[in-house]
Design a binder for this molecule. Structure first.
Ligand code: UDP
Ligand code: MG
Length: 331
């Protein structure tokens, strides 16, 4: 491919670089033995798409000499760029770094451990060209441990699809394609890279799914185990909150606060009537303690909701982040 078009003017020559069409983002943490195969697999596919591409390899603080292997690839092929993080930040920050430095119109993420197959990239690109904002890989034949990995993820996928309305089967597949507009506008914290389709759904996106290959890990170890399950549950609660209430936190905290506080007040009124008109003692009644407790919790939740409202406003006003997302402007 000819990378540079030259436009000749009367005297001077302006060089215009062909814009990058595809950026492949790959987070890497201690994957030394996989790297040379990864390069070969990518190299079998990427030149064939016929457009300018780049591959951003993010070394997420590897300690096994992965970085040296990455340098070798960069020496051979300058389409491969390396970002080396100062320490192991985790897969989500590593992917976030890749998104920040990506130049492509389309961004594809995949794992470095050869479990995803670059052969699937053209199928993802085809769907993006049909106009979808995110195309997610679906590992129909997933090659991971059944109890510790596949079962929790089936439950998580079901839950998150129900809660967010973004119905895809396999959130956990890293092999996904995004338009750069979407990838660059989604804020990723914690381990949220798995739920980008759900997190990004606030801005109104279209999501497609494509069945992809999945291979067992041959070299190196998985970085995750069964302990991830608990964290996933907390992540799902966070996503649900962000999608439904982040713009109006008082609506959820305040509602629960009003209900508990309200019940507390009704019980108190009942107890006062019983005390004044029926001469029933208060001291021996657990209901009395409960009512005080519920009023307290109600007041706490309502104040928490007000605080969350203030924090949300401060966030949007100081960061200049709008509360809407624009698709097109026709002026
Ligand atoms: N990874 C990373 N930083 C981490 C953990 C993982 O960059 O802290 C990378 C890892 O090198 C791999 C990808 O993220 O390329 C997925 O990790 P892994 O294969 O361990 O996850 P699994 O496939 O078991 O879910
Ligand atoms: Mg893996």
């Amino acid at each position: 491919m000819n990378n540079k078009n030259k436009i000749s003017k009367a005297e001077s020559t302006i060089e215009i670089k062909e814009p990058v069409y595809l950026t492949v983002v790959i987070p890497i943490y201690n994957e030394k033995q996989n790297i040379s195969y990864l390069y070969d697999n990518l190299n079998n596919v990427l030149p064939g798409i016929g457009k300018k591409y780049e591959v951003i390899l993010i070394d997420d603080g590897s300690t096994d000499g992965s970085f040296k292997e990455l340098l070798k690839i960069h020496e051979q092929n300058k389409n491969y760029k390396i970002i080396r993080l100062r320490k192991n930040f985790g897969q989500t920050p590593a992917m976030s770094a890749g998104f920040d430095y990506a130049n492509g119109e389309v961004i594809i993420t995949l794992d470095a451990d050869l479990q995803n197959d670059p052969e699937d990239i053209p199928a993802l690109l085809e769907k993006i060209n049909e106009g979808y904002d995110i195309v997610s890989g679906w590992r129909i034949n997933r090659q991971d441990k059944a109890i510790s990995r596949k079962l929790p993820s089936i439950i998580a996928n079901w839950l998150i699809a129900r809660l967010t309305g973004v119905k895809i089967h396999d959130y956990g597949c890293t092999l996904k394609a995004y338009t750069s507009d979407v990838a660059k506008n989604v804020d990723l914290y914690g381990e949220m890279h798995r739920y980008i389709p759900a997190v990004a759904s606030w801005m109104g996106i279209s999501v497609a799914e494509v069945p992809v290959h999945h291979h067992p890990r041959k070299f190196g170890k998985s970085k995750y185990g069964i302990s991830r399950t608990v964290r996933v549950i907390l992540d799902i609660i966070t996503i649900k909150y962000l999608l439904s209430y982040s713009q109006k936190p008082i609506q959820i905290f305040g509602l629960i606060g009003l209900i508990t506080g309200g019940i507390g007040i009704i019980i108190t009124i009942y107890l006062i009537i019983m005390r004044l008109f029926f001469n029933m003692a208060l001291s021996s009644r657990p209901l009395f303690t409960l009512s005080i407790f519920m009023i307290f919790i109600g007041v706490q939740l309502i104040t928490m909701g007000i605080l969350a409202e203030l924090i949300m406003r401060t966030y949007h006003e100081t960061s200049g982040k709008p509360t809407y997302a624009v698709r097109d402007i026709i002026d």
